[in-house]
Write a protein of this length. Sequence first.
Length: 99
Amino acid sequence: MSEAMADRIERLFARDRRMAWVFVVLLWVTVSFVFLAVNRFVTDGGIRLVLLIAALAILVFNTASIVAMIAHYRADRDHIYGLDLRHLDEARARRAAGD
Protein backbone atom coordinates (compact mmCIF):
# COMPACT_ATOMS: atom_id res chain seq x y z
CA MET A 1 0.00 0.00 0.00
CA SER A 2 1.29 3.42 -0.90
CA GLU A 3 2.09 6.04 1.71
CA ALA A 4 -0.58 8.34 0.27
CA MET A 5 -3.25 5.63 0.64
CA ALA A 6 -2.11 4.87 4.20
CA ASP A 7 -2.36 8.58 5.02
CA ARG A 8 -5.89 8.80 3.58
CA ILE A 9 -6.92 5.71 5.54
CA GLU A 10 -5.53 7.17 8.75
CA ARG A 11 -7.40 10.46 8.19
CA LEU A 12 -10.69 8.64 7.59
CA PHE A 13 -10.19 6.44 10.64
CA ALA A 14 -9.34 9.46 12.81
CA ARG A 15 -12.50 11.25 11.62
CA ASP A 16 -14.69 8.22 12.28
CA ARG A 17 -13.12 7.69 15.71
CA ARG A 18 -13.69 11.35 16.59
CA MET A 19 -17.32 11.23 15.47
CA ALA A 20 -17.91 8.03 17.47
CA TRP A 21 -16.67 9.73 20.64
CA VAL A 22 -18.80 12.79 19.90
CA PHE A 23 -21.78 10.46 19.66
CA VAL A 24 -20.89 8.85 23.00
CA VAL A 25 -20.60 12.24 24.71
CA LEU A 26 -23.90 13.42 23.22
CA LEU A 27 -25.57 10.18 24.31
CA TRP A 28 -24.37 10.63 27.90
CA VAL A 29 -25.52 14.27 27.93
CA THR A 30 -28.92 13.38 26.46
CA VAL A 31 -29.64 10.45 28.76
CA SER A 32 -28.47 12.44 31.79
CA PHE A 33 -30.71 15.36 30.82
CA VAL A 34 -33.72 13.10 30.33
CA PHE A 35 -33.09 11.33 33.63
CA LEU A 36 -32.82 14.62 35.50
CA ALA A 37 -35.89 16.05 33.75
CA VAL A 38 -38.01 12.98 34.55
CA ASN A 39 -36.57 12.51 38.03
CA ARG A 40 -38.46 15.46 39.51
CA PHE A 41 -41.79 13.88 38.55
CA VAL A 42 -40.98 10.48 40.07
CA THR A 43 -42.02 10.26 43.69
CA ASP A 44 -41.37 6.57 44.31
CA GLY A 45 -37.78 5.70 45.27
CA GLY A 46 -38.05 2.23 43.71
CA ILE A 47 -39.08 3.60 40.34
CA ARG A 48 -36.31 6.20 40.55
CA LEU A 49 -33.79 3.42 41.16
CA VAL A 50 -35.12 1.40 38.20
CA LEU A 51 -34.85 4.48 35.96
CA LEU A 52 -31.28 5.10 37.12
CA ILE A 53 -30.24 1.49 36.53
CA ALA A 54 -31.88 1.47 33.09
CA ALA A 55 -30.19 4.73 32.12
CA LEU A 56 -26.80 3.45 33.29
CA ALA A 57 -27.30 0.16 31.43
CA ILE A 58 -28.07 2.02 28.20
CA LEU A 59 -25.01 4.22 28.64
CA VAL A 60 -22.64 1.41 29.56
CA PHE A 61 -23.74 -0.97 26.79
CA ASN A 62 -23.77 1.71 24.09
CA THR A 63 -20.38 3.04 25.17
CA ALA A 64 -18.96 -0.50 25.19
CA SER A 65 -20.35 -1.15 21.70
CA ILE A 66 -18.75 2.03 20.36
CA VAL A 67 -15.42 1.09 21.96
CA ALA A 68 -15.67 -2.37 20.36
CA MET A 69 -16.53 -0.83 16.99
CA ILE A 70 -13.50 1.47 17.16
CA ALA A 71 -11.27 -1.47 18.09
CA HIS A 72 -12.63 -3.50 15.15
CA TYR A 73 -12.12 -0.60 12.76
CA ARG A 74 -8.57 -0.12 14.08
CA ALA A 75 -7.73 -3.80 13.58
CA ASP A 76 -9.17 -3.97 10.06
CA ARG A 77 -8.88 -0.38 8.88
CA ASP A 78 -6.75 -1.10 5.81
CA HIS A 79 -9.44 -3.37 4.41
CA ILE A 80 -12.46 -1.29 5.51
CA TYR A 81 -11.19 2.11 4.44
CA GLY A 82 -9.07 0.85 1.55
CA LEU A 83 -12.16 -0.62 -0.09
CA ASP A 84 -14.12 2.60 0.46
CA LEU A 85 -11.33 4.73 -0.98
CA ARG A 86 -10.89 2.50 -4.03
CA HIS A 87 -14.63 2.78 -4.78
CA LEU A 88 -14.57 6.54 -4.26
CA ASP A 89 -11.55 6.88 -6.57
CA GLU A 90 -13.21 4.72 -9.24
CA ALA A 91 -16.43 6.77 -9.04
CA ARG A 92 -14.44 10.01 -9.27
CA ALA A 93 -12.56 8.69 -12.30
CA ARG A 94 -15.84 7.68 -14.01
CA ARG A 95 -17.32 11.13 -13.38
CA ALA A 96 -14.18 12.79 -14.72
CA ALA A 97 -14.37 10.59 -17.84
CA GLY A 98 -17.96 11.70 -18.41
CA ASP A 99 -19.70 8.39 -17.73
